[in-house]
Design a protein around this ligand. Structure first.
Ligand SMILES: Cc1cc2nc3c(=O)[nH]c(=O)nc-3n(C[C@H](O)[C@H](O)[C@H](O)COP(=O)(O)OP(=O)(O)OC[C@H]3O[C@@H](n4cnc5c(N)ncnc54)[C@H](O)[C@@H]3O)c2cc1C
Length: 402
């Protein structure tokens, strides 16, 4: 087995960043049009028909290169519609994690590659759920799998599935009774045993298409199990997926922050004060905008730094310590990226004032959606506790701060 332990998927087209960037422009223009018409049919048709959903297959050997492209794409989508960008993020993070997971185990590697090939061949979009449900106990999992003669039977309910009506394949985390966590992948539309239910948030983030999902004694064949059960590598795969998720979530919300700065710039350049000078020439305004730009760039740097750390993980389980390091950096990047994005949009809204909420101004939508940045995937208390616990070990923080 080579150090990177990866076999390129049979269907991966060679990476072509310039072609991807052209397609990003077309897809973002289609999203702008969809936001005006409130019809996403053409946006999803275009997205599915080009190479962007399948970049992960072309970058199986280069997680950092793939991260840079995903950052750029999600940042652009997030500048138009954070909720839609979140739906696309879910496809990209799951597909990227499966495509770049550098595991040495030959059987898991074969299953992983077969899944990537299937996604590319059938041009599938991937939705996911971690099976969390909102009950009176934090962390409750709402679904269970039981082994039987046909493979597995899956039952139960999950609160969150974004991209739920556009997704073709559902990658979901559940527990196999008597064994432990497991990751399955199954076709999700037109399956009477998978009920895609109501919006989880009846009036917020509608364009993320986040719905509750119920499994009615679903039969899952043995080959739909990607990892888990008696397999030791599930913890590594879940952790690797989480790093991808925590990197790509701030990417899209920082796109919303960049748009907010741009909206403030346009307003300040186009509006004159009572003494007839453009607001952009006021010293105080320059300082206010400068502060936002510095905070935005600092948060982007934290995300990029974590993206580079992910690329250092070349062979698992050998590089488990590097994965842990990447996970710490990604959760800090997500934390700081989400807070910064929310603070920048709030500050920009205060600069423009109430006109943000008139005439379909972009800051109205950004204001309503930016608050979701901090809410997941990891909740802030979990990130803060981990950082605090590490800092309070019996060694000087000066020796362990990086
Ligand atoms: C818009 C949106 C789309 C999503 N899409 C998907 C999706 O497609 N698939 C999917 O699987 N998931 C999805 N999620 C869920 C996401 O991955 C997280 O599971 C979710 O955001 C966690 O938030 P919660 O409020 O449900 O957490 P809960 O666990 O219910 O936590 C609620 C609150 O309890 C406190 N708390 C929780 N845990 C701790 C702790 N350990 N210590 C101290 N306090 C704690 C915190 O104050 C926290 O805010 C989505 C979430 C959002 C917001």
């Amino acid at each position: 087995m080579t150090a990177s332990a990866q076999i390129p998927g049979i269907n991966s087209a060679p990476p072509d960043p310039e072609r991807y960037r052209e397609q990003m422009s077309t897809v973002c223009a289609a999203l702008e049009a969809a936001m005006l018409s409130r019809d996403f049919t053409e946006f999803y048709r275009l997205f599915r028909s080009n190479d962007l959903p399948f970049m992960p297959a072309a970058y199986q050997q280069d997680a950092t290169g793939l991260f840079h492209l995903c950052f750029e794409f999600l940042h652009r989508l997030g500048s138009v519609s954070p909720a839609t960008a979140l739906a696309i993020e879910n496809h990209l993070y799951v597909t990227s994690a499966i495509a770049t997971f550098p595991i040495t185990d030959a059987a898991l590697n074969r299953r992983r590659n077969a899944l990537v090939d299937l996604i590319v061949q059938r041009r599938m979009l991937v939705a996911n759920t971690n099976s969390k449900v909102h009950t009176d106990k934090l962390g409750d999992i709402g679904t269970r799998a039981r082994r039987d003669l046909l493979g597995f039977r899956i039952r139960g309910k999950a609160s969150y599935t974004s991209l739920s009506t556009q997704g073709d394949l559902l990658v979901f985390l559940t527990e196999i009774e008597g064994e432990g966590r497991a990751l399955f992948a199954l076709p999700m539309q037109k399956n009477p045993d998978i009920e895609i239910g109501a919006y989880l948030f009846p009036s917020a983030m509608l364009d993320s298409d986040t719905r509750q999902i119920t499994f009615h004694d679903l039969v899952a064949p043995e080959e739909s199990l990607l990892a888990g059960g008696r397999d030791q590598d599930i913890a590594l795969l879940v952790s690797f997926e989480m790093v991808w998720h925590q990197l790509l979530i701030p990417s899209l919300y920082l796109g919303a922050a960049a748009r907010a700065i741009e909206e403030a710039r346009q307003f300040l350049c186009a509006t004159r004060s009572r003494d007839d000078r453009p607001l952009a020439e006021l010293d105080g305004m320059m300082i206010d905008i400068g502060r936002l730009v510095i905070e935005y760039r600092g948060a982007c740097s934290a995300v990029w730094r974590a993206g580079e750390a992910l690329g250092q993980v070349k062979c698992l389980p050998r590089d488990a310590a590097l994965l842990e390091k990447a996970a710490d950096l990604a959760s800090a990047a997500k934390y700081i990226g989400a807070r910064t994005a929310e603070a920048v949009v709030t500050a920009a809204r205060r600069i423009l004032g109430a006109r943000c909420f008139s005439g379909g101004h972009p800051l109205e939508r950004l204001s309503q959606e930016i608050m979701f940045a901090s809410l997941g995937p990891e909740v802030s208390a979990v990130i803060e506790r981990r950082a605090g616990r590490q800092a309070l070990q019996q060694r000087s923080f000066l020796d362990s701060c990086w």
